[in-house]
Design a protein around this ligand. Structure first.
Ligand SMILES: Cc1cc2nc3c(=O)[nH]c(=O)nc-3n(C[C@H](O)[C@H](O)[C@H](O)COP(=O)(O)OP(=O)(O)OC[C@H]3O[C@@H](n4cnc5c(N)ncnc54)[C@H](O)[C@@H]3O)c2cc1C
Length: 403
């Protein structure tokens, strides 16, 4: 992706505070619109009320699609189709940032939808195979399989004949996606999900790695470092990959399902799989970075994070180990519409960066959008980091205009 591969000894520290680089792709008008959107999302009550009314309006089939499309959807999504995303792909390319097309349809749970989702993900792989602007593809197993079935497989219960046939089809779908990616030299992430289905996801993903990762790293599993067993699992997976002679693709994240996990563990009276504190999650995340850098002969990895400290930690370690910023085994990734200060400043310094670009029909990506709004709402009256950065860039442009 980035065209300039810098020599390790010429690397300078990267500042994430440079808002002129972070928002270089945004016109004044667009930035002002983003400012107002984040200003609104910063008011918790606006997000709560807005979420309630949008859900109600969609249920009653009121004409709110246009409003959603021109506000929150435009901020966090590339469009409704791959073709709609082309503008975003180009814009990110201009900032030396890759796109990861993320077909974000959620909540559809039947065989017909699973097969349609597979067809759409195959199209994202085809699009990725056409240009270097799309360095990875991605999918969620729950987009192509029933959660209930994945859970039953994990529990070890005997499947009925019908369930076994359905699970065979799940394996075939996963294999079809990974094979397609391998044939087109496209790397593919398998997203991590809830702990009660994650073992099934891991098993399917490792099976694919053993099939497609012997010559190059194609299939990537995701490790949620908020789980206290993840670091150990990462080490075990590395050992197995080395024994079996395949490359281990790793996406490191902290984990997105903390509330659900805690509630279920509490209600089910089993041990909470999540670290008791954020500090422990952070410690494991940073240890995992060290580990991945150390085993670069086996591991290719991507940091999926908006955490500035962890991103800085990784580049500092790369510097210490004299690893070039453009090293093909190390990637950084953020979500579209968030943490442009990290993405653009890293890419500007020659690091490999990509952004998830979610897309899909407006109604179907709403759960994803509600999560983004929730994430960006004010916590105890504090403005979100995004809001403060945009405000500071608007001020900088105003002052620059005066000079
Ligand atoms: C490119 C990309 C891909 C992603 N893919 C996935 C995926 O496949 N699966 C997935 O689950 N998530 C995924 N995520 C989301 C990710 O897991 C985080 O939810 C999100 O990025 C916030 O974490 P952070 O590292 O950016 O920053 P931070 O704001 O530093 O961390 C917030 C995270 O810390 C953890 N945390 C917070 N409080 C506590 C606590 N009290 N105890 C323990 N841990 C705590 C939680 O994981 C929380 O989400 C992805 C994110 C990105 C950017």
């Amino acid at each position: 992706m980035p065209t300039t591969v810098k020599r390790a000894n010429s690397i300078k520290p990267v500042s994430f505070e440079d808002t002129s680089i972070a928002f270089s792709s945004q016109s004044n008008g667009k930035l002002l619109k983003t400012y107002w959107l984040f200003a609104l999302m910063n008011r918790g009550w606006v997000v709560n009320l807005g979420t309630f009314f949008i859900k109600l309006a969609l249920k009653l089939q009121l004409p709110v699609k246009k409003l959603i499309k021109s506000t929150i959807f435009e901020q966090f999504c590339g469009g409704e189709t791959i073709r709609d995303c082309e503008k975003t792909i180009q814009k990110l390319h201009d900032g030396n940032i890759g796109t990861i097309l993320d077909y974000s349809v959620e909540g559809e749970d039947n065989e017909k939808c699973f097969d349609e989702t597979v067809q759409e993900i195959l199209r994202t792989i085809d699009r990725a195979g056409e240009s270097k602007d799309i360095p990875f593809s991605v999918f969620k197993i729950t987009g192509i399989a029933s959660t209930e079935l994945l859970e039953k497989v994990q529990s070890g219960e005997t499947l009925t004949e019908e369930e076994q046939a359905a699970y065979d089809r799940v394996r075939q779908r996963v294999d079809a996606l990974c094979r397609h990616a391998c044939e087109r030299n496209v790397r593919i992430f398998v997203d991590a999900e809830e702990s009660w289905i994650q073992e099934t996801i891991d098993e399917l993903t490792y099976e694919m790695m053993d099939k497609y990762n012997h010559h190059q790293c194609i299939v990537y599993n995701t490790y949620q470092m908020y789980r206290w067993d993840s670091f150990e699992n990462l080490k075990k997976a590395t050992e197995t990959a080395r024994k079996k002679g395949y490359y281990l693709g790793v996406k490191l994240v902290r984990g997105a399902y903390i509330e659900k996990e805690r509630i279920r563990a509490h209600e089910g009276e089993y041990q909470d799989p999540i670290h008791p504190t954020k500090e422990e999650t952070d410690r494991d995340f940073n240890q995992a970075i060290d580990f991945c850098l150390e085993y670069r002969d086996t591991i290719s990895f991507c940091l999926g994070t908006h955490n500035e400290y962890s991103s800085q930690y990784c580049i500092r370690k790369m510097l210490e180990l004299k690893i070039n910023p453009g090293d093909p085994h190390v990637w950084f990734a953020q979500l579209l519409g968030m943490s442009d200060n990290i993405s653009y400043n890293l890419a500007n310094a020659g690091y490999n960066v990509a952004k998830y670009v979610p897309y899909g029909p407006v109604e179907a990506v709403m759960p994803y959008l509600f999560r983004r709004a929730e994430e960006n709402k004010s916590i105890s009256g504090q403005s979100s980091r995004e809001y403060r950065l945009i405000k500071s860039e608007l001020k900088r442009r105003k002052n620059a205009g005066r000079q």
